[in-house]
Design a protein around this ligand. Structure first.
Ligand code: NAD
Ligand code: DAU
Length: 340
C-alpha cells in the first residue's frame, strides 16, 4: 500500500486523476493538497470525500511549514504535482502568482521530498514549454528533445519549474519524472478554457468568442487518457526522464467551436471573432513515440467520442458549472471579454 500526495486535486486534471487513481489502486491512500483557488472546486471531489482511503487538505504548496508538517504526518511514498495557475490569459494579465505557485510551489514540494527520504516526485508539465510550431509544417512535432522556447508567462513559469525539477535530479538525486501533455478536455474542466466555455455559452445562447481567425491548432486529449499516462509514468517510467503525452488529434479552434454548435443544435451566428490573444501560440503537436515504445501508452478515447461524452457531462452536471459562472467568475468574464 502506497500513500500518494496529489496536489491540485480539486482542479480539472488533478480531480479526474484522484477519481481514476482511487478506482485503479483501491489499496493505496490518496492525500489531496489544494489551496482552493478560483479554479479549485470541492464539488469535484464530492464523490470521493467519504472514501476511507482519501484525505483532503486545504493547503498552499508554497506554504513550506504546512507542507513539511503534512509530510511528517503522512509519510508519502509518491508525490504528483498538478497544482498550478494554469490559464494563459490570466498569466498575461497578472504573471506574479504564476511564478509563485508554479515555480516556488514546485521547489517547496521537492524540498519536502528531499527532506523526508527522497520521496518519488512527478511533475505534471505541459507541451507549451516547447513554444509553438508553424501552421504550414504538418511534418513537425514536439519531441522530448525539442528545445524549451516559451511564449507566455504561464508557459515560462512551467518551463522554469521543469528546469528546477531536472536540477533537483542532477544535483540531489531526487527520483523525478516529468510529463508534458497537450490540451486536455473532459468532465470538470473549468469554463474559462475553450471547450467548456463554448459549451456553456452555447447552452446559454451567448456569443462564442473566437480569438483572431480561429485558425490556431491544438492537439486534444481526453483527460482520462492523460491520467492513465501519468499513472504509468509514476509506476513504470524511468527516473530522470521526460515523457511527452499527446493525442495525435490536431484541430483548429474554429472547427472545435463549429462541432460543439452542431452537437448542441445551435446556430453558427453565435460565433464572434474577437481580438487575438497576445503572443498566441500557433500550433501544438506532440510526438508521443517515447511513452508508446517504453510504456505501451496510447490514447484510447477518439475525439469524436470524447467530445460527445464531454458535452453529455456538461448537460447532466449543469449545477457544477452554473455555480461557477454565477459567482466571481462573472467579473473575470466581463473584464476579459467585454470590448474585446
Ligand atoms: P486547474 O487550473 O483546473 O487546477 C489547478 C488546481 O490547482 C486548482 O484546484 C487550484 O485550486 C490548485 N492550486 C492552484 N494554486 C495552488 C497552490 N498554490 N497550492 C495548492 N493548490 C493550488 O488546472 P488543470 O487544467 O487541471 O491543470 C493541472 C496541471 O496540468 C497544471 O500543472 C497544468 O500546467 C498541467 N497541464 C494542463 C493541461 C490542460 O489542458 N488543462 C495540459 C497539460 C498540462
Ligand atoms: O497545451 C496544454 C495547455 O493547454 C495547458 O498547459 C494549459 O494549462 C491549458 O489551459 C491549455 O492552454 P491553451 O491556451 O491552449 O488553452 P485554452 O483553452 O485557453 O485555449 C485553447 C485555444 O482556444 C487557444 O488557441 C486560444 C483559443 N481560445 C480560448 C478561449 C478561452 C479562443 O479562441 N477563445 C476563448 O475564449
Amino acid at each position: 500500500m502506497s500513500t500518494v500526495i496529489v496536489t491540485g486535486g480539486a482542479g480539472f486534471i488533478g480531480g479526474n486523476f484522484v477519481h481514476y487513481y482511487l478506482w485503479a489502486h483501491p489499496e493505496d491512500r490518496v492525500v489531496c493538497v489544494d489551496k482552493l483557488t478560483y479554479a479549485g472546486n470541492l464539488s469535484t471531489l464530492a464523490p470521493v470525500m467519504d472514501n476511507p482511503n482519501f484525505r483532503f487538505c486545504k493547503l498552499d504548496i508554497c506554504d513550506r511549514d504546512g507542507i513539511f508538517k503534512l509530510f511528517e504526518e503522512e509519510k508519502p511514498d509518491i508525490v504528483i504535482n498538478f497544482a498550478a495557475e494554469s490559464h494563459v490569459d490570466r498569466s498575461i494579465e497578472n504573471p506574479q502568482i504564476f511564478l509563485e505557485t508554479n515555480i516556488i510551489g514546485t521547489s517547496v514540494m521537492m524540498d519536502a521530498c528531499r527532506n523526508f527520504g527522497n520521496v518519488r516526485y512527478h511533475q505534471v508539465s505541459t507541451d507549451e514549454v516547447y513554444g509553438d510550431l508553424p501552421l504550414d509544417r504538418p511534418d513537425m512535432f514536439f519531441t522530448e528533445e525539442t528545445p524549451i522556447h516559451t511564449s507566455s508567462p504561464y508557459s515560462s513559469s512551467k518551463a522554469g519549474a521543469d528546469l528546477l525539477v531536472q536540477a533537483y535530479y542532477r544535483t540531489y538525486g531526487l527520483p523525478i519524472t516529468i510529463s508534458r501533455c497537450s490540451n486536455n478536455y473532459g468532465p470538470y474542466h473549468f469554463p474559462e478554457k475553450l471547450i467548456p466555455l463554448m459549451i456553456a455559452n452555447c447552452l446559454n445562447d451567448k456569443p462564442l468568442p473566437v480569438y483572431g481567425e480561429g485558425l490556431n491548432v491544438r492537439d486534444w486529449l481526453y483527460v482520462e487518457d492523460h491520467c492513465k499516462a501519468i499513472d504509468l509514468i509514476v509506476h513504470k517510467g524511468r527516473i530522470g526522464e521526460v515523457y511527452n503525452v499527446g493525442g495525435h488529434n490536431e484541430m483548429k479552434n474554429i472547427d472545435i467551436v463549429k462541432l460543439i454548435i452542431k452537437e448542441l443544435g445551435k446556430s453558427e451566428d453565435l460565433i464572434t471573432y474577437v481580438t487575438d490573444r497576445k503572443g498566441h501560440d500557433l500550433r501544438y503537436a506532440i510526438d508521443p513515440t517515447k511513452i508508446h515504445n517504453e510504456l505501451g501508452w496510447l490514447p484510447e478515447t477518439k475525439f469524436a467520442d470524447g467530445i460527445k461524452k464531454t458535452i453529455k457531462w456538461y448537460l447532466e452536471n449543469r449545477i457544477w458549472w452554473e455555480e461557477i459562472i454565477s459567482g466571481e467568475y462573472q467579473n473575470y468574464y466581463d473584464k476579459m471579454y467585454s470590448n474585446r
